[in-house]
Design a protein around this ligand. Structure first.
Ligand code: SAM
Length: 282
């Protein structure tokens, strides 16, 4: 939450979200993207017209500050919109990720856990059972609100609005497990996340990651949801297996396990998910 731009993003997203709700023109995320951009053009004049989430992602690849902001805001806005049906939509990737997380972490115990990109809290309940204290971070206030409502009876979880590409709100060397599920496809540069994970983890601490498998990304799959007759795609970036391994190694992590995962309906198809367990050096 330290960054000026982050505060700006959250504030603006909230304003547009409320405006769209009030005007009842809230049909699909393209509206949200365009409304965000229209509003922001008044503040930052050089934003081109007709920018969608995926166009934002392309501009982000070109590395401009405007592109970075557009992309982040488009992703936030999309998740704010998706939040109302994220849990009830039919979504094999979401369901498989839950199974993978249970498989990977269910029998372990940790004093302190950080979940980055917790969304509606699908995995947070499990983490609250294996962790003494859990801090769950997300930059979508609507996703967080759903998570908070669902887990209001659980005392050892704190939810916090935060952009995981900036400094995380916790002390250096204070955490035993960091988890990250279905989040990194929305962040082109993974290094700030690994850098923060390395900062907050104790020596020997675990970083558990489960993401859409790059094979699926090569085939064009991105996180998506339905609104009316439209299928909305959330801006996403391809991360090859070697990208994960390289950024992890550069941040002082050792790979403990890498697994590929298929849903029961995925017979004969490319793997749907890839999971990594990294250990932080001493
Ligand atoms: C597909 S959802 C996954 C949610 C949850 N981890 C799960 O497995 O169900 C992706 C989540 O990542 C969050 N997210 C993406 N980029 C983020 C960022 N830079 N900072 C914080 N949250 C982010 C989104 O708001 C969204 O809630």
């Amino acid at each position: 939450m330290g960054s000026r731009y982050h505060t700006f993003d959250i504030h603006l997203t909230y304003i547009v979200w409320r405006a769209l709700e009030t005007d009842r023109i809230y049909q699909h995320s393209e509206h949200v993207h365009l409304a965000l951009l229209r509003r922001r053009r008044a503040v930052i004049p050089d934003i081109p017209n007709g920018c969608s989430g995926m166009a934002c992602a392309r501009r982000f690849k070109e590395g401009t500050l405007v592109g970075v902001l557009e992309t982040r805001m488009a992703i936030q806005a999309a998740y704010n919109e998706w939040s109302s049906t994220y849990d009830s939509d039919s979504n094999a990737t979401r369901d498989l990720d839950r199974v993978v997380t249970e498989w990977g972490l269910g029998t372990s115990r940790f004093a302190s856990v950080i979940e980055i990109g917790c969304g509606t809290g699908k995995n947070t309940r499990l983490l609250s059972q294996i962790g003494t204290r859990v801090l769950a971070l997300d930059f979508s206030d609507s996703m967080l609100a759903h998570a908070q409502r669902k887990l209001r009876d659980i005392p050892n979880v704190v939810f916090s609005l935060a952009d995981i590409t900036t400094g995380w709100p916790c002390a250096t060397r204070s955490v035993h497990l960091v988890t990250c599920n279905l989040v990194l496809e929305h962040n082109q540069d993974m290094s700030p996340v690994f850098t923060e994970a390395a900062r907050v983890l104790v020596g020997g601490g675990w970083l558990f990651i489960c993401e859409l498998h790059p094979c699926r990304q090569y085939q064009g799959t991105v996180a998506n949801y339905q609104r009316g007759t439209r299928r909305i795609q959330v801006a996403a970036f391809v991360h090859h297996i070697s990208d994960f391994l390289e950024v992890a190694q550069n941040s002082g992590f050792t790979l403990t396990s890498l697994r590929e995962w298929w849903h029961e309906n995925d017979d004969g198809k490319a793997p749907r998910l890839v999971s990594f367990l990294f250990e932080r050096g001493a």
